[in-house]
Design a binder for this molecule. Sequence first.
Ligand code: GCO
Length: 447
Amino acid sequence: MEKTDFGKDFNWGVATSSFQIEGSNHVDGKIDSIWDVFTKTKGKIRNGDQANDACNHYELWKEDFKLLKKLGVDSYRFSISWPRVVGQDLKTKNQKGIDFYKKQINELLELEITPFLTLNHWDIPQAFFEKGGWVNRDCINYFLEYANFLSNEYGDIVKNWITHNEPWVISHLGYSLGTHAPGIKSFSDYIKVNHHLLISHGLSIPIIRENSKKSEVGIVLNLTPGYPESSSPEDKEETLIFNQFFNEWFLDPLYKKKYPKEVMDHWIKKGDFPANTDFIKENDFDIIATETDFLGINYYSRAILKSSDTDNNKYPIENISGSKTKFDWEVFPDGLEKLLLDVNEHCNPKKIYITENGCSYDYEIDSKNQINDIKRIEYLESHLLACKRAINKGVPLKGYFHWSFMDNFEWAEGYYHRFGLVHIDFQTFERLPKLSYEWYRNFLIKL
Ligand code: GCO
């Protein structure tokens, strides 16, 4: 496999997000995000880990960008911390925060690395949440003001914009399971949050395009294809519901102006779905389906679905590959190829990027001060091969961003998982490129 197999205009990159790497959470006027509050809530984060310092990227970003350049990527996906660039009223601007990102963007351009900027990678201001946040339709305006202000501020130097990262995680983990900030457990809030996130996405697109001429705007979805554990009708039904809940709940409104039917019927039958559907207004689907320039897909693994009603003697369990990452996620590159083919066929996006793909593994630093993370290399290579197969079958895949550039704060899992190509010592903040970094570098620049 050669880099050139992916085409000349393919974007090779890595991804990060603000809260996971920056640290300096109360420096230079940054206000609280919902994650600052959540991480301080007892019992919410594994080992009680805190993100006050994270990778200390706030101070060390220049050093990090040197490693980025050396890696040979042509694009870098990162996010703006909304609470870093506004005051408590969400209206006043925080110049120090604005300058922090402006310096980074200009440096990236200087290094000939294209910035892909995410507006919302989960760390929204606590003040926004307290005004009602994503549950309250009126609050969409705050997001639009933020999108307007950012695209005004950086519109000439950023040409690739991502509105939201993973609405499923924001809504399901944040408002239904409550395992992510803000830690709410309410099914009706969860459904509303989904809906409002998608509307805010649609409404922000023309604003960004107006302020940032000749730019491209998209959204990032985490898609996990479901597979039935056996060929039983019950497992197949379970899989259909899973796929609609996890994937089509977002793809359908964005590309087909509707919510998928079976899962909605399933929720209504269970009594979960809000009886009052007034929160869905007449033109909402037209807004949500505002045409985007690209779809970002985050792919990590598949899900295998099993119904408790299946008769295991009658329906033998399908073969499952077995290899798993530290997160217990199955390594399943074929799922990525199939997902790309399916999304392309059903949604026909103009362009697709893999905006995240990666794995968590533990490796010690050896006596030669090296980290030989062979399994990450295997993961990366096998998923790139899956991308290549999809491209050969006609999928308009135009970029791949590995998650993640460096080890970082993995949300409710704290520092327990390491996804990086670059190792971080969370005590000294020393950076150490792993063997996977060298592998990717070799692939990108052909040493
Ligand atoms: C995501 C998250 C990342 C996670 C990664 C690994 O978009 O899912 O952006 O923040 O760290 O997915 O779980």
